[in-house]
Design a protein around this ligand. Structure first.
Ligand code: NAD
Length: 246
């Protein structure tokens, strides 16, 4: 492990345009469950929601056809208002400050990279931090959903207030997708961290990378093509690994 971390440090020292591509595993050390780990959302059994799949509960169809269930699940599982960034988020802030990191491409919706202080963040799946009325487009703080007394939160105009999160069945935000592809395709190093690479199309964006070093950091082994002699996989907790770097 120490040797691998030393090699990661060497790659970082040699690189000038690093892009980070991350997922839910980046926030687990802040206490936010991911989807597919042993204690992730997909493995939590909750009688209130056992008739539905997690994909359905976070889908456009559920929001439209079954809004009470959608908002009950969303309030229960997606409230990140009091969560603090961890060492993984903080190290990426430092890399950006050093002028080495050109962007973070995240599948996360918790806003923790921005809370930590990162500036260039491409959110492929939106954010629970932003919310709007589906009818008049008025913008709301997260409290408007999480603290609402209504089962389905409404705007004064009568429209439903929803999160600006890409639900299953919805398209990805165009500006973030373009920014992500631009950053990945112009990077000389990419660090993939805390993602199972199982959610598409987001996971397919890593194919735009043609730089020198690809590093995968994940708790468990991922089937990701690594080029012998120039790429690296480290299996461990990303916050713990990043806190050993300069
Ligand atoms: P995932 O749950 O499919 O995979 C997470 C991966 O991270 C797993 O392979 C797991 O082994 C690994 N992991 C967990 N903790 C880790 C740690 N401390 N260090 C290193 N690796 C760790 O998540 P995904 O790939 O991001 O895709 C699923 C979807 O989950 C995304 O679309 C995202 O929007 C959504 N999601 C987001 C959040 C969040 O915003 N924090 C939380 C749950 C789910």
């Amino acid at each position: 492990m120490e040797e691998k971390i030393a090699l990661l440090q060497k790659f970082i020292n040699e690189s000038h345009r690093i892009v980070f591509f991350g997922g839910a595993g980046v926030s687990t050390e802040s206490g936010v469950p991911d989807f597919r780990s042993k204690d992730g959302l997909y493995n939590q059994h909750d009688v209130r929601f056992e008739d539905y799949s997690p994909e359905y509960l976070l889908s456009h169809d559920c929001l439209v056809d079954n809004p009470k269930v959608f908002f009950e699940y969303y309030r229960q599982k997606m409230d990140a208002r009091n969560v603090k960034p961890n060492a993984a988020h903080n190290y990426l802030v430092e890399l950006e400050r050093q002028g080495k990191l050109i962007g973070i491409v995240t599948q996360n919706i918790d806003g923790l990279h921005q809370k930590a202080g990162s500036k260039k963040v491409f959110e492929l799946h939106g954010s629970t931090e932003r919310n709007y009325c589906m009818r008049c487009r008025k913008v709301f703080e997260p409290d408007a959903i999480f603290d609402s007394k209504e089962a389905v939160p409404h705007c004064d105009c009568g429209g439903i207030i929803r999160c600006d999160v890409t639900l299953y069945g919805e398209g990805l935000p165009v500006d973030d997708v373009e920014g992500a592809i631009e950053a990945i395709s112009s990077a000389d190093m990419m660090i993939i961290g805390g993602t199972s690479l199982r959610v598409y199309p987001a996971a397919s964006f890593i194919n735009y990378f043609h730089g020198k070093h690809l590093v995968v950091i994940n708790k468990e082994h991922l089937n990701c093509y690594l080029r012998p002699g120039q790429d690296l996989e480290i299996n461990g907790k990303i916050g713990e690994i990043f806190s050993k770097l300069k």
